[in-house]
Design a binder for this molecule. Structure first.
Ligand SMILES: [Zn+2]
Length: 264
């Protein structure tokens, strides 16, 4: 949750966001929790609401993600699924909110999905365009300067859109028509806990597909090996045949020469 104004942060969003096409996104067949403990605080569940001052009114805001692993400063934050980094930068000018990473995924049967990791210190290897792997790529670590330190984790069922993805860290605006807020209501956010429950385990189809892929690779490898062996054997036979032919030629020639000499 945040108290910064959208008007301050949107220019940063435009500067730091990377853009791309769906075909450069690795397929994400399943997802994993971004931290090993992943404890969701009761007060910061997806959809929890709070009041925030907003000219000229106070407005209700809605939490667009979950806050996990409170007080675990320094804990590694991993990519929740295979994908490509679309945004990796400090979110606001004060630095109070630390850094934020957005990863875009291509999920079979779902389409493009983004996962958002807020309040972290970004790893030096992470930048827009970086390809990441589920549960392996370290995006960063929980920022110790946030009070209390925690990871804000969000999931959005849509392709990357800087104004919706990154700005959502201030929460969805429940009811404000004030143009100064400047916020488009963030859409397509979903409960990360439910999303992970649905997508953590690989499906039976996925497991079967992996087994088929593996079998196909083994068959291709065996065919390749057999082909190589056949080529070697063929070359050996040809060499032997050519050798025999030349030996016979030489013997025949020697015989002819001997006969010619005898005749003389
Ligand atoms: Zn949060």
């Amino acid at each position: 949750m945040s108290r910064m104004r959208f008007a301050l942060v949107l220019p940063l969003v435009v500067i730091c966001a990377g853009s791309g096409h769906a075909d450069d996104i690795p397929e994400a067949r399943s997802f994993a929790r971004p931290t090993d403990t992943f404890v969701v605080s009761k007060l910061s569940k997806f959809g929890s609401e709070w009041i925030e001052k907003c000219r000229p009114h106070q407005v209700w805001k809605v939490h667009c993600g979950v806050d996990v692993d409170l007080r675990h400063e320094g804990k590694e934050v991993l990519a929740a699924g295979d994908g490509v980094v679309r945004y990796a930068a400090t979110f606001d000018l004060s630095g109070r909110w630390g850094d934020c990473v957005v990863v875009e995924h291509r999920v079979p049967g779902v389409g493009q999905v983004t996962t958002l990791y807020g309040h972290i210190t970004i790893a030096s290897s992470i930048a827009p365009g970086t390809k990441v792997e589920k549960g392996t790529t370290v995006l960063g670590s929980i920022d110790p300067d946030v009070s209390p330190p925690h990871l804000h984790f969000g999931v959005r069922l849509a392709s990357f859109d800087a104004s919706n993805d990154v700005a959502s860290r201030r929460g969805a605006l429940r009811n404000c028509n004030d143009p100064i807020c400047g916020a488009k209501f963030p859409e397509h956010w979903t409960d990360p806990v439910a999303f992970l429950q649905q997508h953590t385990q690989p499906s039976v189809t996925e497991t079967a597909q992996k087994a088929l892929d593996e079998a196909q690779k083994n068959i291709e490898k065996q065919v390749e090996q057999k082909t190589e062996e056949y080529k070697k054997r063929l070359m050996q036979r040809m060499a032997e045949a050519i050798g025999s032919f030349f030996r016979a030629c030489v013997e025949r020639l020697a015989k002819l020469i001997r006969e010619a000499i005898d005749e003389i």
